[in-house]
Ligand binder design. Structure first.
Ligand code: S3P
Length: 189
């Protein structure tokens, strides 16, 4: 287990790319606390993500998301953060995360994403709700094509769709450890 370096690790990628599942396991391995940015928004807003979208619209949600992200700056302990699928693509959040910590893109193809979504998972995600199979395929394809210009700026990109979860987590840990020890050296000197 690592001593905490104080640097946040931001996992980015499409809804269904495994940011929360992989994030929790990675956090356990590193001995870092895990945080889901959507849960921070829910707590700060006092309502579900679906309710925020429904009552206030996407623009309000993006502002709340950017504010929730920036609120993590005051936490001195390094965290593993599962961001929302759209987080890196609005309000300079990607540049902000790159300055604040380490960004890791969990890359998954649209076909794999489609295989993973259950009805329940679709129902809690306002942008994926009430779509036919064709509409969902079109939405995910177009959204991924647009978002990759942001996602691919991540310091680390890892393809996670076709390998077992534990292998992904182990590979991620290996890639992340050098950043954490570098950060520790920086804070000591
Ligand atoms: C969103 C993804 C969601 C959540 C919100 C918007 C998006 O998070 O932040 O519904 O823009 O793709 P997940 O990626 O955890 O589903």
């Amino acid at each position: 287990m690592e001593t905490n370096s104080g640097m946040h690790i931001f996992l980015i990628g499409m809804p269904g790319s495994g940011k929360s599942t992989i994030g929790k396991k990675l956090a356990d391995k590193l001995g870092y606390p895990f945080l889901d940015l959507d849960e921070v928004i829910v707590e700060r807003e006092g309502q579900t993500i679906a309710a925020v979208f429904e009552r206030h619209g996407q623009e309000y949600f993006r502002a709340a998301e950017a504010a929730a992200l920036r609120s993590l700056e005051s936490i001195a302990t390094g965290l593993v953060v599962a961001t929302g699928g759209g987080t890196p693509c609005f309000l300079d959040n990607m540049v902000y995360m790159q300055k604040q910590g380490l960004t890791v893109y969990l890359q998954v193809s649209v076909n794999k994403l489609l295989e993973r979504f259950t009805e329940e998972e679709l129902s809690i995600r306002p942008l994926l709700q009430n779509k036919s199979d064709v509409e969902l395929l079109t939405y995910l394809t177009e959204t991924l094509a647009h978002r990759e210009q942001f996602y691919k700026k991540a310091q680390e990109v890892i393809e996670t769709g076709s390998i077992p979860l534990e292998t992904t987590v182990a590979a991620l840990e290996k890639r992340i450890l050098p950043y954490l020890s570098q950060q520790k050296r920086r804070s000591v000197s």
